[in-house]
Design a protein around this ligand. Sequence first.
Ligand code: 46X
Length: 325
Amino acid sequence: GVGLVTATPEQNDVEYLSPVDIGGQTLNLDFDSGSSDLWVFSSQLSTAATTGHTVYDPNKSQSFALIQGATFSISYGDGSGAAGNVGTDTVNLGGATVTKQAVELATAVSQSFVEDTNNNGLLGLAFSKLNTVKPAQQKTFFDNVMPSLAEPVFTADLKKAAVGSYEFGRVDAAKFTGAMTFVPVNTTQGFWQFTSEKFAVGTGAVQTSVAGSQAIADTGTTLILAEPAVARAYYAQVPNAVNDAQAGGFVFPCNSNLPDLMLDIGGTMAKVSGSDINFAQVDAQNCFGGMQATPANLQIYGDIFFKSNFVAFNGGNSSLGFAPH
Ligand SMILES: N#Cc1c(N)n[nH]c1N1CCCC1
């Protein structure tokens, strides 16, 4: 269908990359529902920064136009970031097209982006109020393309170690099982944010971590970052699991039989498969948990959540749909 692109995982499913056509040039971008800038590796970057990357060259696009005086500068929760100038061009993903989309051209990127040679930029899918372009804030691709879509939605179908998809304009019932539950989203902070205060470990009792606790649906984050109470209760059920400061969080024997994790999304429980919580090997015996405690007071449900749940982002009524897949 129109607006369908692949989502290909990097090693260890650290992030997912999707092909985007910008002014006739195709770049693989990280679709990020936790931020709102579309920025790309550009020909203005140093050779050191672009080695191994595909870059966008505005001089080779007939449809590029500079936005005089516009700049961007973005920093992410993991300390990475990018900055540069801004223009518009035709952006086409899987047939869904915006003719004058703000495209932010990096003139500086942090080392983690330089080293991640599969990643040629980000396509932000959170709300446009988080966009960093100055002096005039710009709209996300989703905001711009929405009026032309059959339905004002995009979906994320991310898989463990397999190619999935993002789709704009429809919710494909063939991509999930059972009923899809929709919950209202609180857009105040510019995220796809909802209340998530309850959890259960395996078939255990549902309990409240922190009354009123909030979470965001964030395809740009690798793991699930949950309330410390959730992480402590979950790993208490995993023999020989420890919170290892050197590893940066909870680790456990790789051959552990991990329980499922139930998390509420706006009051309805969603399941995260225990097998998806075995994220990556850290030493001969131990593996790193795909769910960790967050120090912040906002939980981040990243790619680990999406591997068990097909998610629909409805920009028409600011709601989030989820279903097992
Ligand atoms: N940290 C972080 C983060 C987030 N919460 N959403 N997207 C993020 N990144 C996109 C590229 C690097 C980090």
